[in-house]
Design a protein around this ligand. Structure first.
Ligand SMILES: NC(=O)c1ccc[n+]([C@@H]2O[C@H](COP(=O)([O-])OP(=O)(O)OC[C@H]3O[C@@H](n4cnc5c(N)ncnc54)[C@H](OP(=O)(O)O)[C@@H]3O)[C@@H](O)[C@H]2O)c1
Length: 277
């Protein structure tokens, strides 16, 4: 059985749709990964062959003022899953992030590039990666700029703002790859199906700035909103974000034969699905 932890989250809900076979999902009501006791109770009862951890404390700015909680959920929580996975002989799949990098490279980040998180969130997710590696049969999937039908995300924020304003300012100096949670779920399924181990990057193909992503959202949705450029510095968010965080997904394609579609095509599909339900 595959057990998805964090099954009610944005990615978790799409994983539950995409993964096939005997798939169960649990979230905070049934399992609290910050507690070893709670984690052991659930995993020793269900005895999954594979644990996919999509649970996390994902409020990047909130992590700056809640360091302890960030480390408990994103770091120690993964240690609890890893120790219990070792106990029951399960594989552990840990979802991680581009925010483990410092964004100072000028070409796509590879799996073995040195990490250097700039934020508490990034640090806590890096701690999670180290803990996941306690399980020899682990899979770490780093991704970025997620959006999906079942969570708060940039696409939904832009569409909401379009109903309130005719003009917006969006940062144009952070570069990454917007990634649809369905395509990430398909990548995780491909990695599981091929029995891949170790660290992989998975994101939709191509890249853009948040500013050009916003423009694309409005163009594809047929909305007339003026998008002005602004700098990350002027936005002044509490957590420092990597400026260049494009992930090189070549290893995923080479080892599974699965290459996520271009980001704009994924966005089009998402907006269509959102309209038709
Ligand atoms: N969103 C992005 O842009 C992005 C980018 C890169 C990587 N990621 C990674 O992708 C994964 C999925 O992200 P997401 O955006 O789908 O997250 P999400 O929507 O915030 O879902 C996370 C889920 O985990 C649950 N959870 C929180 N603390 C828990 C605990 N102690 N025990 C058990 N469950 C707990 C949450 O419950 P509550 O809602 O009740 O707290 C929520 O259902 C995460 O590992 C994240 O770090 C996300």
């Amino acid at each position: 059985m595959i057990l998805v932890v964090g099954a009610n989250g944005m990615l978790g809900q799409d994983l539950m749709q995409v993964l096939t076979g005997d798939v169960r999902g649990v979230d905070i009501e049934e399992i609290d990964i910050t507690s070893l006791e709670s984690t052991r109770r659930v995993l020793l009862t269900l005895k999954p062959a594979v644990v996919v951890n999509a649970a996390a404390y994902t409020d990047v700015d909130g992590c700056e003022t809640n360091r302890e909680l960030a480390m408990q959920v994103n770091g120690e929580g993964v240690a609890h899953l890893a120790l219990t996975a070792l106990e029951i002989g399960a594989r552990l799949v840990q979802v991680s992030t581009d925010y483990v990098f410092d964004g100072k490279k000028e070409s796509p980040w590879r799996e073995d590039d040195p990490t250097g998180p700039l934020s508490v969130y990034g640090e806590s997710k890096l701690a999670g990666e180290l803990n996941a590696r306690l399980v020899p049969d682990h899979l770490i999937v780093r991704t970025q700029w997620l959006y999906g039908l079942n969570g708060k995300n940039f696409v939904e924020t832009m569409l909401r703002l379009a109903g309130e304003k005719k003009e917006l300012s969006v940062v144009d100096d952070q570069i990454g790859s917007p990634t649809w949670t369905v395509d990430l779920s398909l990548a995780i399924k491909a990695l599981l199906d091929k029995g891949c181990r170790g660290t992989y990057h998975a994101a939709n193909a191509g890249y853009c700035s948040w500013n050009s992503f916003a423009r694309a959202i409005f163009e594809e949705a047929g909305l007339d909103v003026k998008v002005n450029p602004m700098s990350t510095k002027d936005l002044g968010r509490p957590a420092v974000r990597p400026l260049y965080s494009v992930l090189d997904c070549g290893k995923l394609a080479a080892d599974t034969g699965f290459a996520p579609e271009p980001w704009r095509q994924a966005l089009r599909k998402y907006l269509q699905l959102r309209k038709t339900g």
